[in-house]
Design a binder for this molecule. Structure first.
Ligand code: BDR
Ligand code: CA
Length: 333
């Protein structure tokens, strides 16, 4: 039997860990195991134009500049007190994007993320997987503009939320949720089978400089090799400074765990439940709540990852990234 190749929209706010998720996904495209229909960028780790440019440059770096890139919708309930440039760099990717080839697409002329989500899901009803690894602004805008549209996705995989661990923005809230709480609320109400990958498991995914060296090996001097090695060094230094990883050398590749769900699900264990988002709390805005009571799961809206085999997940990611860096199409790579 020929396997069905997933058609994918990646909704992202690059982001050091977003970059690794995108590279992992591109390795799957390269292997013929994914069809990436569009990258919809979103305001989040850094501003909307910067995430757009970052995504474009990454696609160009890896020889995938033909892939459609959309710009992020503005004007959700964005949490404007802070972005995450302090962690990811002012360009979202370790202040390294100025070392890459210029952006090949025009931000002003680009389609908006919500429109691309609506048109793609309408063109391929129940066939498209959305991987959402930034604030949920684009997805919610699509749902508001075209009610019911998110049900036309085959599945939606979200990196977001914190249930039994502290948040990473406030004591209670995780970044992708608190950055646009109304959007999160809209998306969590949109269907009953969301796949949610929270901080509870992603805080175990410490990607180290040693792993990056092993991946790049004989490709360390290529543009992609240099980028990966420098990004990991940058993220590692900042993550230690911000106590993201305790005393461990490395950084958290939160967003990459969404790929594991699609390609290596044996590394994750899930619980079925009902998630709500606190949109108004004075101290708890952005908190995600999971109804853990032992009762029938009528009304549940999500599958929530509760355990991860971090060693094997990162092993799979490393091998796939090695494949990507060894198989780029440019002669000078
Ligand atoms: C999430 O927040 C962002 O900073 C990361 O890119 C990730 O998507 C983790 O809380
Ligand atoms: Ca992200």
């Amino acid at each position: 039997m020929t396997p069905t190749i997933p058609k994918i929209i990646l909704d992202t706010d690059p982001g050091g860990d977003d970059a690794f998720a995108l590279l992992w996904l591109l390795s799957m495209v390269k292997k013929g195991l994914a069809e990436l229909l569009a990258v919809t960028t979103v305001d989040g780790n850094v501003g909307p134009e910067i995430t757009f440019v970052g995504a474009c440059k990454l696609l160009r770096l890896t020889g995938f500049s033909q892939i459609k890139v959309a710009r992020g919708v503005i004007g959700g309930s964005q949490f404007n007190e802070t972005d995450a440039a302090f962690l990811h760099g002012v360009d979202g990717m370790g202040n390294l994007t100025n070392t890459l080839e210029p952006c090949h697409l025009d931000y002003e002329a680009a389609d908006y993320g919500d429109d691309v989500i609506i048109s793609t899901l309408s063109q391929y009803p129940h066939e498209v997987t959305i991987i959402a690894i930034g604030p949920l602004t684009n997805l919610a805008a699509a749902e508001r503009k075209s009610p019911g549209i998110l049900k036309k996705a085959k599945e939606i995989i979200i990196m977001g939320g914190a249930f039994c661990v502290p948040g990473n923005v406030t004591p209670e809230a995780e970044f992708n949720i608190v950055y646009d709480v109304e959007a999160a609320k809209t998306v969590f109400s949109s269907r009953d089978d969301l796949i949610v990958i929270p901080l509870d498991i992603t805080c175990n995914l410490i990607f180290t400089p040693a792993m990056a060296i092993a991946i790049c090996k004989s490709h360390a001097q290529t543009p992609l090799g240099k980028f990966i090695l420098s990004l990991v060094d940058f993220m590692t230094e900042n993550s230690l400074a911000w106590r993201e990883t305790g005393s461990q050398t490395g950084f958290l590749v939160h967003d990459a765990a969404t790929l594991a769900y699609l390609y290596y699900p044996e590394n994750l264990k899930f619980r079925r439940g009902y998630i709500t988002v606190e949109t108004g709390g004075e101290f708890t805005k952005g908190k995600t709540l999971l109804d853990n009571r032992r009762k029938t799961k009528i009304g549940a809206n999500a599958w929530i990852a509760i355990e991860v085999d971090a060693v094997n997940l990162q092993g799979a990611m490393s091998e796939d990234l090695k494949f990507l860096i060894s198989n780029l199409s440019f002669p000078n790579h």
